[in-house]
Design a protein around this ligand. Structure first.
Ligand SMILES: *Cc1c(COP(=O)(O)O)cnc(C)c1O
Length: 376
């Protein structure tokens, strides 16, 4: 059996090699390395796929979040609500720009921030909310948007882990996650569900004014060359990466389906194990399964992780330290209420290998080792 990996980018590449190689070669032949035609065509294709009026590509997912915040005319000490249990990027950019990250606890079942916890954290200084669709499943966006409207707040969705997933509103309307808030951000980091072969990111919005501003900020704050209206950054998606992403976008729905199938096999096999909780799917969001994340009870998480590793199966802890406990935030962040669930999750979570090339034999082997650990 092949060495098992959390993500198998090599096999995925081999399966689409002719298309990818031709796309890369084409960029090199034309030497339009920056802002080449492929950047525009990928943006357009992604815009139709997402159903977002504007797609602005940029250097990476963290830049996307930073640029989104820069477009909102906020002032120092404005508060922005973020989940405590997530990757650092969404809270990091808040702090970097001199705003105050306000961390709130998440829901045990979904790993996601809830409208209820967000509402409790709102003060007169609150200006925005960054819900993160963690592990590939959407936050309760309908309720979050209602709160945003009630308190006049911006919503920036961190969709880095959920590209391709759909959100279903109570009236039956379906929209892609990442296009529901005022701005959505995503990352094309290689291991993401839509990953390139380097760094990349994108920003989604349906608001023409925000789109103009975001484009300007990405490009040194200028609309007309060398006329700088605001302070911006230099954040661009390379043409080669855009060409690769344009190929991979065509496969994204298939990739989501393959991840979903692997997750279904895992969850079916583990459903009767006491001491192990499988991911719970919500009624309002499909699951893109960026990660397949178990909760291991009774303090046995690290034991299971080691057992799997001894058997050649990598398993990862996303995330071992919640943000409210990270040293970088101790002085600059506020927290609202207790963070019991985030603390508990950081001790219980374990993500299994999850990618588009998990064959039946590999999944069966991983399942057998997990069952063996629990004496099943
Ligand atoms: C990957 C990721 C990011 C950052 O993306 P980069 O492209 O690595 O900067 C932000 N938020 C979440 C939730 C992520 O998973």
């Amino acid at each position: 059996m092949k060495k098992i990996q959390m993500v198998d980018l090599k096999t995925q590449y081999n399966n689409i090699k002719p298309e990818i190689d031709a796309a890369i070669q084409n960029v090199i032949e034309n030497t339009a390395f920056i802002n080449g035609q492929q950047v525009g065509s990928f943006s357009q294709n992604l815009s139709s796929y997402m159903g977002a009026k504007h797609v602005i590509t940029c250097g990476n997912g963290t830049d996307a979040l930073q640029i989104a915040l820069m477009a909102l005319n906020l002032k120092p000490s404005d508060e922005i609500i973020v989940p405590a249990f997530t990757f650092i990027a969404s809270a990091e950019v808040i702090g970097l720009l001199g705003f105050c990250p306000v961390m709130v606890d998440v829901d045990y079942n979904s790993f996601n921030v809830t409208a209820k916890n967000i509402e409790k954290a709102i003060t007169i200084n609150t200006k925005a909310i960054i819900p993160v669709h963690l592990f590939g499943q959407g936050c309760e966006m309908e309720a979050i948007m209602e709160i945003a409207k009630k308190y006049d707040l911006y919503v920036i969705e961190d969709n880095a882990q959920a590209i391709g997933a759909d959100y279903k509103f109570s009236n039956g309307k379906i929209q892609k996650l990442g296009t529901i808030g005022h701005i959505g951000c995503t990352s094309f980091f290689p291991s993401k569900n839509l990953g390139c072969y380097g760094d990349g990111g994108a920003i989604f919005t349906n608001d023409d004014e925000l789109a103009e501003k975001i484009k300007m900020i990405c490009n040194h704050g200028m609309k007309i060359r060398y006329h700088h209206q605001v302070l911006g950054v230099n954040s661009r998606l390379d043409t080669i990466q855009a060409a690769i992403l344009d190929v991979k976008l065509k496969h994204l729905d298939k990739y989501c389906k393959l991840r979903y199938e692997a997750a279904t096999k895992y969850s079916y096999a583990f459903k009767n194990i006491e001491g192990l909780i499988t991911p719970k799917e919500s009624s309002f969001s499909t699951h893109a399964y960026h990660q397949y994340t178990l909760k291991v009870l009774d303090g046995r998480r690290d034991e299971l992780k080691n057992y799997l590793e001894e058997n050649g199966i990598p398993a990862m802890v996303y995330y071992p330290i919640p943000l409210h406990k990270q040293e970088a935030f101790l002085k600059i962040a506020n927290q609202n209420g207790d963070m019991n669930i985030s603390d508990q999750l950081s001790n219980e979570v374990l993500s299994l290998p999850m990618h588009t090339e998990l064959d039946y034999k590999t999944i069966a082997y991983i399942i057998s080792k997990v069952l063996q650990f629990f004496n099943k």
